[in-house]
Ligand binder design. Structure first.
Ligand code: NAD
Length: 503
């Protein structure tokens, strides 16, 4: 039996229960049907229906928000070490079911097992990392003044909403939910409608680990109904959102009446800038990895290659050879590097850019084709002869599609790198230290790597500028979002109080 056949057989076992019961919402530790009936989740591998999913809307969100509100005080007041231990047990539960999570994620999203097996474990790491911070999260400062002993403390903001997208949904959900729980908040999670499987596994693992009922609630449904209702709910104090920039703008509008605090992690059109003095072999490896791994459905992908004209021809020639060799295939085959795109709609969007590139005058130097018609497969694609004002250089395609643009001077590279609505990540390849310092100082991006691909270090701030988002995750930045600062002043003596109305 091949590893692929073995993985398919295992997946079949894991999916059996979902086929029988569908995916239900989970509210206050109980399964709940959706008030709008069900919708179906479809595998992008062969367009087959995986199972029914409860379709929640405003009334389901209301029930979940009430549950999160009811559970809040006890969770907030639970001794920190006890909360920490529960989070550690959740991490252990994820590790124990990592294979199930990874296989379900691949089938639901089309992501390759090669990457999803690691993403499942990254989810456990997120819980472990924030578990370690639980005890100090409420610590504050002591700011003495002549008349007062001032102290600060941090308190959890209350029940929060977490709205997640379909690319690496398990990892991204843990990235938001772990710090929220560590801060002492309770959560209503609205997973992406295109990838509901692993959100269900997460809430099950959390409850089995001892998370009290109502602390994490999961309501499935569509963005414009369930997602919107979550943003508008008065008992929900903040929304942690990951998704498209235009949805981020809707989240802000929908939360205005209830004065929601929003954290928005949005799209990107990230440049990788390769100067001719760089280690070109490593730059090539990193540029390829950052756009063609995770099917290119990755917010931090390096989707624009800005390459110095002195090395462009040689660099692009090597790139074309490698891109043409990337293995497209069944996501459960451990050799597969690129699987199918998430959905028909997204497939149509990505393949639409194959024509747009030609209309704009660029060259399709590799790929530009679909693969078979069983699922939503495309060949990894490279556009050359492009300029930065073309749609393929300005719009987030969110697939395995790279646009290569030449530059001649550092100033020109900087101008093009910043000439986009987005500002999530940037990658700079040069061995000139002074140039790297000067260049990164001027780059408009929330996260920049020099001579490296994106290597996530959990204590560092994660987030974007411009249309790529508002707010930061990671380290203490996550707690700044999920908690409120409180100041308390204690008089240390009989300081003078101005007396009004006194004779
Ligand atoms: P999306 O914005 O379409 O959907 C994301 C989530 O928002 C889904 O759960 C959806 O149901 C919900 N939603 C949709 N409309 C809503 C509304 N009106 N109110 C409330 N919720 C609503 O995004 P997507 O297509 O699922 O994901 C891809 C996008 O996510 C890309 O733009 C990508 O760059 C971005 N992304 C960003 C990061 C980051 O960290 N910056 C990480 C991953 C993905």
């Amino acid at each position: 039996m091949s590893v692929l056949d073995d993985n398919i057989a295992k997946l079949d076992g894991y999916l059996a229960r979902f086929r029988k019961t569908g995916i239900l919402n989970r509210i206050a530790g109980q399964d709940a049907a959706g008030s709008e009936g069900v919708f179906q989740t479809v595998s992008p591998v062969d367009k087959s229906v995986i199972c029914d999913v409860a379709q929640g809307a405003a009334s389901d969100i209301d029930a979940a928000a009430q549950a999160a509100y009811a559970a809040f005080a006890d969770w907030r007041d639970m001794p920190a070490t006890q909360r920490r231990n529960i989070l550690i047990r959740i991490a252990e539960g994820i590790e124990a079911r990592a294979e199930e999570i990874a296989l379900c994620e691949c089938w639901d999203t089309g992501q390759a097992y090669k990457f999803m097996s690691k993403a499942a474990l990254r989810g456990a790491e997120n819980f472990r990392y924030f578990a370690d911070q639980v005890v100090q999260a409420r610590d504050g400062q002591h700011l003495k003044s002549p008349t007062l002993m001032n102290i600060t403390t941090r308190v959890p903001i209350g029940p929060v909403g977490v709205i997640t997208p379909w690319n690496t949904p398990f990892m991204l959900s843990t990235w938001k939910i772990a710090p929220a729980l560590a801060a002492g908040c309770t959560v209503v999670h609205k997973p992406a409608e295109a990838s509901p499987l692993t959100a269900r596994l997460l809430v099950e693992i959390a409850e089995e680990a001892g998370l009290p009922p109502g602390v994490l609630n999961t309501v499935n449904g569509f963005g414009e109904a369930a997602g919107k209702a979550l943003c508008e709910h008065p008992k929900i104090k903040a929304i942690a959102f990951v998704g498209e920039s235009r949805t981020g703008s809707l989240i802000t509008k929908q939360g205005a009446d209830t004065l929601k605090r929003n954290h928005l992690e949005l799209g990107g059109k990230n440049p990788v800038i390769v100067f001719d003095d760089a280690d070109l072999d490593r730059a090539l490896d990193a540029a390829i990895f950052m756009i063609y791994s995770i099917n290119g459905e990755r917010c931090t992908s390096s989707s624009r290659l800005l390459v110095q004209d002195s090395i462009r021809a040689a660099f692009e020639a090597k790139l074309i050879e490698r891109v043409n060799s990337i293995k497209v295939g069944h996501p459960l085959d451990p050799e597969t590097e690129v699987g199918p795109l998430i959905s028909q709609e997204h497939f149509d969007k990505v393949t639409g850019y194959f024509d747009i590139a030609g209309q704009d005058g660029a060259t399709v130097a590799a790929g530009g084709e679909t693969v078979g018609d069983e699922g939503f497969f495309v060949r990894p694609t490279l556009f050359t002869q492009a300029s930065n004002d073309m749609r393929i250089a300005q719009e987030e395609i969110f697939g395995p599609v790279l646009t290569s643009i030449p530059f001649s001077t550092e100033d020109e590279a900087l101008r093009m790198a910043n000439d986009t609505a987005y500002g999530l990540t940037a990658y700079v390849w040069t061995n000139d230290l002074t140039r790297a310092l000067r260049f990164t100082d001027k780059l408009e991006a929330g996260m920049i790597w020099v001579n490296s691909e994106n290597v996530r270090h959990l204590p560092t701030p994660f987030g974007g500028v411009k249309a790529s988002g508002i707010g930061r995750d990671g380290g203490d930045w996550s707690f700044e979002f999920y908690m409120e600062q409180k100041h308390i002043g204690f008089a240390t003596g009989q300081h003078k109080i101005t007396r009004l109305g006194a004779l």
